[in-house]
Design a protein around this ligand. Structure first.
Ligand code: SAH
Length: 245
């Protein structure tokens, strides 16, 4: 089976056994790109023993100090959460999420973020995400073990790769430009922020939730590279007119 261009990013994992369990879950399902952001204890004998026959995935896992580094080269970014997080991030089931990943992964690398065992992903980390995957669970106990959550999505990706090629929804013609990368989106957000400070729409002393809401608006809009260029061109033109007055 072909591999998929998707990177599973484990953010600040506390228990090395979960890193090993995640590596094993991935290898079972033909996935091989694991990235670790600031793991609590790593490398570790616990990780290696839980990985069992998937120690090659661990050996090849990339280690990063920041999420930014782990997202290098990625376009679509998917967050995962045990609880609804509100604030306009589209929420998908594992099946819907796997469909979206398979549609996008041949145009640019996809990253899926898995959070800390105790507190999940922070709001700042969710600000980087285009969508959120939530595994349906009992209302009384929604938090899966980290490696189990990895397994569910890895399995969906495996099942759907085995099925007939996906049909794009009607009206959603082939994307003509690649999806903007995570770094290009950061460039856009910085540019917006500087511009609206300059126009005095945003008060840096009292920024409220303006940037967070704008991030979530653009993150769910599937922005492509050409659209980023248009938006940044508009921002530059605002700046130029300001400088003239
Ligand atoms: N108390 C934390 C639970 C973290 S569980 C919280 O409320 O977010 C550790 C990680 O496993 C989560 O950050 C997420 O990446 C994944 N995970 C656990 N349960 C999940 C679920 N039901 N749906 C999606 N991801 C889940």
């Amino acid at each position: 089976m072909d591999s998929v261009d998707v990177r599973f990013v484990l953010v600040e994992t506390s228990h090395p056994g979960n890193i090993g369990g995640a590596a094993r879950a991935m290898k079972n399902m033909c996935l091989d790109q694991l990235a670790l952001v600031n793991p609590n204890r790593y490398p570790s004998a616990d990780a290696t023993s839980r990985a069992s026959g998937a120690d090659d995935i661990l050996m090849n896992a990339s280690l990063h100090e920041t999420l930014d580094q782990a997202l290098e080269g990625c376009a679509l970014v998917v967050g995962t959460s045990a609880r609804p997080r509100g604030l306009y991030i589209p929420e998908l089931t594992p099946k819907q999420c796997a469909e979206k990943i398979l549609l996008e992964a041949h145009q640019g690398k996809v990253a899926v973020l898995f959070g800390r065992e105790d507190s999940g992903l922070s709001n700042g980390e969710l600000d980087r995400c285009n969508m959120l995957m939530r595994i349906p669970t009992s209302q009384d106990y929604s938090s899966l073990n980290l490696a189990a959550a990895v397994q569910v999505l890895a399995y969906e990706l495996m099942v759907q790769r085995g099925e007939a090629p996906l049909q794009r929804p009607i009206g959603d013609e082939e994307r003509r430009h690649p999806l903007a990368s995570a770094n290009e989106m950061e460039g856009l957000f910085n540019h917006i922020e500087q511009t609206i400070i300059a126009t005095e729409f945003l008060d840096p002393q009292n920024p409220r939730q303006v940037m967070r809401r704008l991030r979530r608006l653009f993150n769910r809009a599937d922005v492509d590279r050409n659209e980023i260029n248009i938006l940044r061109g508009i921002l530059t033109s605002v700046r130029t007119s300001l400088d003239k007055v």
